[in-house]
Design a binder for this molecule. Structure first.
Ligand code: CP
Length: 301
């Protein structure tokens, strides 16, 4: 019996569901690395519908499906589909859900994945809806923290950058509060976490400056300033390049500090940091494969 039919928001999952998916992913790691073979999803087909650019999410879902013996169809170029003729998202989903066993959707409109799930005959997985949620990213972020820090509790975790528009932060911060951690927020003033989150998480989070916590934090989760989400380019220019993690900044950090980033990176982490023991963001991208294998099996089997 599946624990959930659709995966739209991290709020759809209990702490127990999250721990279940993370444990399940552990068992898929050797298949994700190509060291072992599996046909557990043989005969199943996944539709990847990406109405916004993606490298990691789309490709790791495809790799997860294929390494488990399943197949994938992709809709990425809207101009080559009937959406270009005016077909609605609802009709597109109704039709595609007749062809496949599950749908992954990324769309620029907040709420679009929930809307798609209401018109689908098969499970829908949200791969990012505007500035809304990115729950599969959150699961792989939690998996990375567990792998690299050995626990999901008792940590000091700083979330840094664009906390206003970052859907990865909006999903992750809610999941982190299910565990016992100290959570710090670091952002330019204009990119603070939206008021509704600050209100909801009052007492569980603290807004700080990086220099105040760099010596004590266990995880530094850095995000990009997302130019594409700003309604006004002038507002983007005011904050572009306003922070950058360098090896010099990390001199005071714990040896065990783990630096994460959902990627893509632009200039907020100096490439020199990639060669330090702290850089875990490329491993984090790999962990997306076993996590998405676990999610696909949960909704398809
Ligand atoms: N982290 C993430 O969502 O990356 P992509 O935009 O490349 O999918």
């Amino acid at each position: 019996m599946a624990r959930f039919r659709h995966l739209i928001s991290i709020d759809d999952l209990s702490k127990d569901d999250i721990v279940h998916i993370l444990n399940k992913a552990e068992g898929f790691e050797s298949i994700a690395r190509g060291e072992k073979k599996s046909n557990i999803l043989e005969g199943k087909i996944l539709a990847n519908l990406f109405f916004e650019p993606s490298t990691r999410t789309r490709m790791s879902f495809e790799v997860a499906m294929k390494r488990l013996g399943g197949d994938v169809i992709n809709l990425t170029a809207q101009e080559a589909s009937s959406i270009a003729k005016g077909e609605t998202l609802a009709d597109t989903i109704r039709v595609i859900s007749k062809y496949v066993d599950a749908i992954v959707i990324r769309h620029p409109l907040e709420g679009s994945a929930r809307f798609a799930s209401e018109h689908s005959d098969v499970p829908v997985i949200n791969a990012g809806d505007g500035a809304g949620q990115h729950p599969t990213q959150t699961l792989l972020d939690l998996y990375t923290i567990k792998k690299e820090c050995g626990s999901l509790d008792g940590l000091k975790i700083a979330l840094m950058g664009d906390l206003k528009y970052s859907r990865t932060v909006h999903s992750l911060i809610k999941a982190l509060t299910l565990f016992k951690n100290e959570i710090y927020l670091i952002s330019p003033e204009s990119l603070r976490l939206p008021e509704e989150f600050l209100e909801e998480l009052k007492g569980k989070i603290a807004e700080v400056k990086l220099e105040d916590v760099i010596e004590e934090i266990d995880v530094l989760y850095v995000t990009r300033i997302q130019k594409e989400r700003f309604p006004d380019e002038e507002e983007y220019r005011k904050v572009a390049g306003s922070y950058k993690i360098t090896p010099e900044i990390l001199e005071k950090a714990k040896e065990s500090l783990v630096i994460m980033h959902p990627l893509p990176r632009v200039d907020e982490i100096d490439v020199a940091v990639d060669y330090t023991r702290h850089a875990k963001y490329f491993d984090q991208a790999f962990y997306g494969v076993p996590i998405r294998m676990a999610i696909l099996c949960e909704v398809m089997l």
